[in-house]
Design a protein around this ligand. Structure first.
Ligand code: NAD
Ligand code: UD1
Length: 332
């Protein structure tokens, strides 16, 4: 199949391109390189021996995006392109709505005009807000606590309405839990912009001495050791979930939301300990105040993805930390 990947040079997008190519699909990438580098294309080529076709196009530029659809007949689209920093979205909400909602609307309109109606959308477990119980199932109530999360929920609602208006669409809404790790080659991985907000990149930068110590946001939650618990999923597993979702939308006409997680929760200190073991480096830490907006525990019920997509995450946190470290230690 020929697949358009928006945001394909980014963290999750690049790993997904690798897995798509490995599964025999042809990949065309659209990315404006706002949060990624052109060198990722060489890394993908190094790993797969195939260089994907690339367009440096902003999805807000409807004319340029339309041109890509005129040049290729796509079987499906995987839509990653967007901004993702929660804190920044609170400071500049209009920019987030413009990029993540207006940009997506451009894409969906152009897809409709070209009769490309198979879509895999990058949503997030953030659409569950503060869940009442865990594990989280796809039919739990949806709510958000910040503009970034709202852009994901708006996209889901827009796509539900689109499907209702025309059931020949086929759409998978993939709600990721906490992606970490990197490709085993160490050639692609997450390169955070500035000071990392997320836990694993912060731990990795502390291990190499870029940060003095990890701030653990609260140790008085009702969890195994008082620190927050999350469902960490290896980015290569996540990427393979996209291949499965892509193949699913090709063969069905439906709209379905899927949790992509492992179904297991790890605390902040458990992840820190696993990283120390994998890297052989000490990660100094201090317990500080809780971070506003954080929930105590969040992990997926991954049953639906197993039953409908045949997807099950394989890697454990030790492997995730090993691969994160392998990537981080080679970063200049
Ligand atoms: P990323 O920033 O590494 O990748 C996103 C890519 O989109 C970047 O390469 C960026 O340059 C590109 N992009 C942004 N705006 C664009 C535009 N207007 N036109 C063209 N390209 C544009 O992020 P990621 O971690 O790979 O996340 C991919 C998607 O998954 C995002 O939509 C994100 O919100 C979602 N998501 C990520 C996480 C996570 O923890 N990483 C969790 C849940 C959901
Ligand atoms: C965060 C976002 C969420 C987004 C997800 C993936 C918030 C409130 N939520 O989720 O919307 O979908 O990232 O991008 O920002 N922690 C520390 N010290 C740190 C960093 C984190 O103790 O320096 C703790 C947190 O309190 C939490 C856990 O580590 O318990 C994981 O944090 P993080 O990696 O930011 O992910 P989420 O909070 O799950």
């Amino acid at each position: 199949m020929k697949i358009l990947v928006t945001g394909g040079t980014g963290y999750i997008g690049s790993h997904t391109c690798v897995e798509l190519i490995k599964s025999g699909h042809e990949v065309v990438i659209v990315d404006n390189l706002y949060n990624s580098s052109i060198t990722v294309l060489d890394a993908i080529e190094h790993i797969t021996k195939v260089k994907p076709t690339f367009y440096q196009v902003d999805i807000l530029d409807k004319i340029a995006l339309n041109q890509v659809f005129l040049e290729h007949k796509f079987d499906a689209v995987i839509h990653f392109a967007g901004y993702k920093a929660v804190g920044e979205s609170v400071s500049i909400p209009l920019t987030y709505y413009q990029n993540n909602v207006a940009g997506s609307l451009n894409l969906y309109e152009i897809m409709r005009e070209h009769n490309v109606k198979k879509l895999v959308f990058s949503s997030s477990a953030t659409v569950y807000g503060d869940p009442h119980t865990v594990p989280i199932k796809e039919d739990f109530p949806l709510s958000t606590t910040n503009p970034y999360g709202t852009t994901k929920l708006f996209n889901e609602m827009i796509l539900q309405d689109l499907y209702k208006s025309d059931p020949t669409w086929s759409i998978a809404l993939l709600r990721y839990f906490n992606p970490i790790g990197a490709h085993e080659s160490g050639l692609i991985g997450e390169v955070p912009n500035g000071i990392p907000n997320n836990l694993l990149p912060y731990i990795a930068q502390t291990a190499v001495g870029i940060r003095d110590y990890l701030r653990v946001f609260g140790d008085d939650y009702d969890t195994v050791d008082g620190t927050g618990v999350r469902d960490y999923i290896h980015v290569v597993d996540l990427a393979q979930g996209h291949v499965k979702a892509c193949e699913y939308v090709i063969h069905h006409e439906s709209i379905e939301a899927f949790n992509l997680g492992t179904g297991k929760g790890y605390s902040v200190l458990q992840l820190k300990n696993a990283f120390e073991k994998a890297s052989g480096k000490e990660v100094p830490f201090k317990i500080v105040e809780r971070r506003p907006g954080d929930v105590a525990t969040c992990y997926a019920d991954p049953t639906k993805a197993l039953e409908l997509l045949g997807f099950k995450a394989k890697c454990d946190v030790d492997q995730m930390c090993k691969d994160s470290w392998n990537f981080q230690k080679n970063l200049k």
